[in-house]
Design a protein around this ligand. Sequence first.
Ligand SMILES: *Cc1c(COP(=O)(O)O)cnc(C)c1O
Length: 397
Amino acid sequence: MIWYPYTQMKTMAEPIEIIGAEGVYLHTKDKKLIDTTTSWWSVIHGYNNPEINEALKNQVDQFAHVMLGGLTHEPVKALSKKLVEILPGDLNHCFYSDSGSVGVEVALKMAVQYFFNQGQPEKKSFVGLKCAYHGDTFKTMAIGDDEDYHLAFPEKEGIYHISPNASELKALFEDKHREIAAFIVEPLLQGAGGMRMYDVSFLEEARKLCDEYNVLFIFDEVATGFGRTGHMFVSELVCPDIVILGKALTAGYIGHAVTVANDKVFDGFYSDQPEHAFMHGPTFMGNPLACTVALKSIEIFEREDYMSKIKAIESQLKDAFDDFSSDKVKDIRILGACLCLEVHDQKDLKGFKEFAVENGIHSRPFINYMYGMFPYIIKEDELTHVCNVYKKWFEKE
Ligand SMILES: *Cc1c(COP(=O)(O)O)cnc(C)c1O
């Protein structure tokens, strides 16, 4: 039998069986549902994109996989070139892995070894934000701050959590910078920790403080990358030393991630000493199918001017919720193609998932958060319908 994620198997509701998917729609036996989860925020072009399917099939007929240990291939070379071109600054060095969590692990390891290689092995602690989510592996759980996910794994040794507040960060750096390797954030939008949003000015201040105290600045853009916040990458606003991309990187086709380091970090490993090498290498890193999909996805993104689609989604969401209020709703947050309605009481979302299905929508609220992370191809009338259903839920009874 299947052991499903994030769920008590004993009381789990029957999962919805999907028999097909096309554009923004998931098909069940008897329904078509607009997917507002974008399958954990990844399927940015919608389902079953003919161009991506075609590219994938072509690559399968060439070869599905070769390892990157001692071998290389055109898809990984072309994707790396493209990523370096579209990422800001000197984020020039692409290290691939098979999931966002592993991509974050890679970034954290890079930071620690960067200082180790320089003869500063004591710099091995990390700073993260309160309510952060960076993945489900051990170190990413530790750097995360969400008890709902990680109750049984409280280990936080060598980890500090702060609010997105520059004076708090400065005070911590002042006291502990000798032991701190890196500060990692989900920039502008904290996803799984509750769709929390904060201002870019904090990132600007933090960038300065990281330079001042010799701490590497890491952006986990696994969720925010590829337009989600209304910026192609938040890294365009403030440039980190290391950025991690995942989720939308492969448009929901194949799990893959990339950790991209700047010249300074890369140069910290580049030497005549073999032990300065970065000792990490996931079996499926740089998988040719994943790279092919990512390349095609970026091509479509650019050609179809997705940034303006995202702007249109954002302004439609703002218009739709401009004059909306409900006693049950504590806060409404909108950024790019992301909407979050936070309720005061988690009970007020009980039954919403079923209500959404009755109204032709797939939604997966968690804790106090009802959210939409929309596929960028969603049409105006489809988004209007979704917004109306959200409102209808709070207006009923
Ligand atoms: C989803 C997510 C991850 C983990 O990615 P996986 O591919 O699920 O391992 C890491 N960081 C952020 C910000 C995420 O949203």
